[in-house]
Design a protein around this ligand. Sequence first.
Ligand code: NAD
Length: 246
Amino acid sequence: MLLKDKVALVTGSRRGIGKVIALKLAEEGADLIINDIEVNDNDDVIQEIRALGRKALAVSADITNKNDVIEMVEKALKEFSKIDILVNNAGIYPAHPFLEISEAEWDKVIDVNLKGTFLVTQVVASMAMTKANYGKIVNIASVDGKVPTLGITHYAAAKAGVISLTKSFAIELCQYNINSNAVAPGWVESETVLKGDRWKEAIKRIPSGRLGKLEEIAHAIVFLVRDESSYINGEILDVNGAIYMD
Ligand code: NAD
């Protein structure tokens, strides 16, 4: 096991990519703080982590609300005394043409994807990681943060911001032995993606000819948070089936 005795917080991990990341970290030996807007002990992810013999703490918190975030980290520290790994996964991606995006939707998309990543990282870093002189942060960016597709102007701007935050965190926090990296997925088969139609056109442009699997994103996270990756800092790792390369 690569992550024995580590404690990991994954935001937005009740379902989708975040859930599979949490399960993969647990398989590698980590105990988990499972965050979502609403999550409790009855959720599958909590039961599945416990079935693996690891601890799982469910914490409902809106990552765009600083008080919620502080309370979440307080609960986590009360239970585990430390947070070694933070995966900023929570995100939303409503699609509308640029000319139809409302101000409210712009604010919401920027708040969840960009401000949430800032807030959770600042609170976790100041209350836990800097004190422990140890930390591994991975932000879930997106290929859209590098080259936008049609219909997600706000999301693409937010994820470009997440890529920039990842690099700022790296240079600001390396003095505390904290690494900050990002994974930039292409199109991945989460329930939220599959229940829409946009992937049906997008798949024609993916050289690998298929969507990414949730486990393929989780595997990249494990690679970045293991101690052997300690000199990788500020990296944006593409996991996208060759749809985009830079
Ligand atoms: P999803 O909708 O299945 O899961 C996102 C989770 O985040 C949900 O459980 C949701 O409740 C939670 N969440 C939303 N707002 C929150 C908030 N304010 N506070 C706490 N939790 C909140 O989405 P997914 O497809 O699994 O995507 C996960 C991440 O991966 C997102 O950041 C997304 O932008 C990114 N991503 C996804 C794809 C893809 O193709 N699925 C591609 C690139 C990047």
